[in-house]
Design a protein around this ligand. Structure first.
Ligand SMILES: *[C@@H]1O[C@H](CO)[C@@H](O)[C@H](O)[C@H]1NC(C)=O
Ligand SMILES: *[C@@H]1O[C@H](CO)[C@@H](O)[C@H](O)[C@H]1NC(C)=O
Ligand SMILES: *[C@@H]1O[C@H](CO)[C@@H](O)[C@H](O)[C@H]1NC(C)=O
Ligand SMILES: *[C@@H]1O[C@H](CO)[C@@H](O)[C@H](O)[C@H]1NC(C)=O
Ligand SMILES: *[C@@H]1O[C@H](CO)[C@@H](O)[C@H](O)[C@H]1NC(C)=O
Length: 388
């Protein structure tokens, strides 16, 4: 009896001191086993078989406060969850009888050639995941031949990031509409001088950020974001005179705004709900793209459309491409992959490329450029979103 109790006590002690139990947050169960992990330590990269695995690994390593800062979204995170779950209501069509021995993922974005139709989207302060911060994101993107769009709220300066660019590496840069006009003008000039090829201008958090509860618990109420609250169409037109770089408005959520950007002559728009971090209740990119297809289809003919939100798998990328996106962004996943530094980010890119290639092979399509709406069935989403 005594020895049984002792054994029980001893096993419990063992369990609590070593086995890492992590709340998987409802992410798809891929059989990830964390029992050998040590809390606070970076798990082996070899354990990683999906981008979701990397999120759980990041959760094990990054301090709770900063994991929350990356993971957080606005209010009840309805849009954050919708981004992750929308894929369940989409079906992909595959064709047989086709030669898929040579898969070509390459594409161009604003006229620049890239190896893959996905890119590293702007996400703030990469340095809380790894001291190399945005530098490993830039280098991994450069080596893989994909686009990186650093955030203006980065750990490293935009010049430091530009300095690690490989020869011929093309990067765009994100910018906010600061209410401090001097700062806005200075940064636009610096971005151009540093060699970035386009400005991705965030237009979905005019004046204020979303209320991100999960993060506010650690930071307390934050002071205002510093974004202009008076930013309107006139200011949007005017801002184009402050730079010679092309501007891509980011955070477009309606066909109406897409059409406005087209009429104003922008070369591209970026459909996004900001990873669920601004307006909670905003639609997913799948729904927004469907809205544009119904109500402003000319947008896809006359300008490039990029999209992001909840993209974790190759088939998510394909879904957005099939709905008309030319390129698809990932925000949180590269940040999480960066806990291993550059090798982690490279591994993340490779996994996504492999999933994309595999899915295309299984769908009977060998060229990204040929992925059209016949590859996707979104009737279920449409019946819920449009009511018909
Ligand atoms: C980009 O790719 C296209 C099509 O593959 C090719 O014709 C063009 O030369 C490439 N441009 C550059 C700058 O490499
Ligand atoms: C506005 O931005 C400029 C340039 O970054 C800075 O020097 C100045 O202090 C800022 N002004 C205010 C009121 O914050
Ligand atoms: C922008 O510049 C163009 C040409 O230089 C000028 O015609 C236009 O009025 C300017 N727009 C604004 C809003 O400043
Ligand atoms: C951060 O990345 C570097 C490589 O850039 C890597 O050597 C290091 O282990 C990473 N840090 C942690 C805490 O994992
Ligand atoms: C869309 O792709 C399908 C499958 O490859 C093809 O049969 C069809 O002709 C394409 N449609 C258009 C309009 O290009």
């Amino acid at each position: 009896m005594t020895s049984t109790l002792f054994y029980l006590w001893f096993s419990l002690l063992f369990l609590f001191s070593f086995a890492v139990v992590i709340d998987m947050e409802g992410l798809p169960d891929t059989g990830l086993d964390t029992t050998d992990w040590v809390a606070g330590q970076t798990p082996p990269l070899d354990d990683m078989w999906s981008l979701n695995d990397m999120q759980i690994a990041a959760k094990n390593v990054i301090t709770a406060r900063y994991y929350a800062s990356y993971r957080t979204a606005a209010l009840d995170e309805v849009t954050y969850q919708a981004n992750l779950n929308i894929w369940k209501n989409v079906r992909l069509n595959g064709y047989s009888f086709r030669d898929v021995s040579d898969i070509d993922l390459s594409t161009s974005i604003l006229g620049y050639n890239f190896s893959s139709p996905f890119f590293i989207a702007p996400a703030a302060n990469a340095g809380h995941a790894n001291a190399s911060a945005e530098l490993s994101l830039a280098t991994a993107a450069g080596k893989a031949g994909i686009l990186y769009v650093p955030s203006i709220s980065a750990t490293k300066s935009l010049e430091q990031i530009a300095n690690v660019a490989l020869e011929d590496q093309v990067m765009f840069h994100q910018e906010y509409i600061w209410s401090n006009r001097t700062q806005l003008i200075d940064e636009l000039k610096r971005i151009e001088a540093a060699g970035y090829k386009a400005i991705v201008l965030t237009v979905d958090n005019t004046g204020i950020d979303g209320i991100r509860t999960r993060s506010l618990r650690y930071t307390g109420a934050t002071s205002e974001a510093g974004h202009s609250a008076t930013f309107d169409l006139a200011s949007l037109s005017e801002i184009r005179n402050l730079t010679s770089l092309p501007i891509v408005p980011k955070g477009i959520k309606t066909a109406a705004d897409a059409l406005t950007c087209l009429e104003l002559g922008f070369p591209a728009i970026y459909v996004s709900n900001h990873g669920g971090r601004t307006l909670d209740g905003a639609p997913t990119s799948v729904e927004i793209l469907l809205d544009i297809r119904r109500n402003a289809p000319e947008v896809f003919e006359r300008m490039e459309v990029y999209a992001d939100g909840g993209v974790r798998r190759g088939n998510h990328v394909i879904t957005l491409l099939a709905l008309g996106a030319r390129a698809v962004g990932l925000g949180r996943s590269p940040i999480f992959a960066n806990i291993w530094g550059e090798v982690g980010v490279s591994r993340m890119i490779e996994m996504l490329q492999t999933e994309l290639e595999t899915t295309m092979q299984l769908m009977g399509e060998s060229k990204v450029a040929n992925i059209n709406s016949s590859y996707v069935n979104t009737k279920l989403v449409e019946s819920i979103y449009f009511g018909n």
